[in-house]
Design a protein around this ligand. Sequence first.
Ligand SMILES: Nc1ncnc2c1ncn2[C@@H]1O[C@H](COP(=O)(O)OP(=O)(O)OP(=O)(O)O)[C@@H](O)[C@H]1O
Ligand SMILES: [Mg+2]
Length: 573
Amino acid sequence: MVEKRTGKIVGVNGNMVIAEFDDYVVQNEVAYVVHGSERLKSEVIRVRGKKAELQVYEDTKGITIGGDVEFTGELLSVELGPGLLGQIFDGLQNPLPQLAEKCGFFLKRGVYLEALPDEAKWEFTPSAKKGDKVRAGSKLGSVKEGIFEHWIMAPFSLDGEMEIDQIAGKGKYDLKHAVAKLKDSRGNIYKAAMQQTWPVKIPITAYAEKLKPSKPLVTKIRIIDTLMPVALGGTYCVPGPFGSGKTVLQQLISKHADIDIVVIAACGERAGEVVETLRTFPELVDPKTSRPLMERTVIICNTSSMPVAARESSVYTAVTIAEYYRQMGLNVLLLADSTSRWAQAMREMSGRLEEIPGEEAFPAYLETRIASFYERAGFVRLHDGKTSSVTIGGTVSPAGGNFEEPVTQATLKVVGAFHGLSRSRSDARRYPAIDPLESWSKYDSFIDAKQILKVKAILRKGNEVDRMMSVVGEEGTLISDFITYLKAEFLDAVYLQQNAFDKVDAATAEDRQKHAFNVIHEIMEHDFKFESKDAARKFFQRLRQKFIEWNSIEWKTDAFAEKEKECRKYITG
Ligand SMILES: Nc1ncnc2c1ncn2[C@@H]1O[C@H](COP(=O)(O)OP(=O)(O)OP(=O)(O)O)[C@@H](O)[C@H]1O
Ligand SMILES: [Mg+2]
């Protein structure tokens, strides 16, 4: 039995508590600040001599000098096991609805609930047998969690190869029940329960190797998949000014992307921002199964009214859960909205520690923290040969929409794709308001690269002509330039923009995108001749109307083919 290590409070400053100790203290270990019957969770963030500085995950009102602190020797961890899907947690993995039920609307401090209920029993089906060789992450059996086969795996903390000494038969067990006993070469026995605990700041790496992300993650958002694609296991960021459509875009992707599981880290400034996610998300219906989207979703959420350290930890809790499901051979998408709020939490903590500030008072380690968060994404090969992935997409909300600020810049250095939302596009209600000229991706699109280059050239030229026309007017513009401008506008309206409220147009599958892009590309390449600019404008107006109608027709139906014929007549004359 480990002896209990304790300390005495010698200073309090906001959520920071300084405690003097006799024994030793481990950097980042969890400690409890004792206040009467309350025990407030905290983390050691700095040790200096015989003093430990703790960041309390709770309001510290009433905490006084001379109070007790208990050190646990454990790092801040999450519970991993069946029952995570469909849940809404705070940054410390307290299930929020249950917490609200227990404490009412105002969450009481010092109340921590089991992330996964103890009393729940799950039907375990073994898939390995006594004598099998296993290692960290090996599948021992499974339980059914909604539509998924949830793997029960050998603990991620195991080192090297082990042999199964005992394994439970098919039956119902509670999460803490050891369903297997594993033996190492020296005869030491390790228990494997249905549930395991893992420190949030350490990546789960129980896979064979990390591969280069090479398969596209089809979001079904045309502008993204065609011009600035995301890869399975890749990373991307969505910076955008206030109200430009970041959250709506993330929800569209959660709903439609070809992905198994979505983990959302909702970090809001105002409680309202998060309430929005909490209200809308459970109502979303999965278009693939017609069941609630929540059944394959986990939400971690926090607001500025929650203590700063809990906010800071929420993205780690989220990414650890994402990595856990990746170990089961699933493709997981982690969406962090907004990472600026997370960075602000870091800034607050750093300020309280009186660290030397970097740019805009963010800590000097802002870049490394952002980089190590995105590095936890990845496309991996598991020990059984299956591949799986964690893709990370983060929104950034730069003040005033200025992308030159530290969080956007640090993020841009590490991500594989950049989907910049523009104020002028959202004001013009050109949704999704991703700027097609500013945005980029390092991943390959499923559309031919040469064709994309041509289309981008037309967009760029069209944009130039547009700006020129605002100076010299339409009369001063060559008809050939004017046609390029109309082509760019047409492409934007019928392909880059997508109507989120139209059942069909909201999501375009890969084969349909390829098909539609080919037709659009033909139009871009076509050498149109018009007698006047007016005639050209009218022509493209009619064409646009036809294509928008086409976008709303179900793929591979007679009506679809019929409308396509109508559209094509415009090219052939
Ligand atoms: N794809 C879309 N189609 C139609 N309307 C949209 C779309 N995207 C955004 N909007 C409109 O813009 C509003 C704001 O969008 P959203 O909440 O996603 O912005 P945001 O960038 O997340 O804002 P904040 O900075 O406040 O978090 C939505 O309520 C909706 O009316
Ligand atoms: Mg938002």
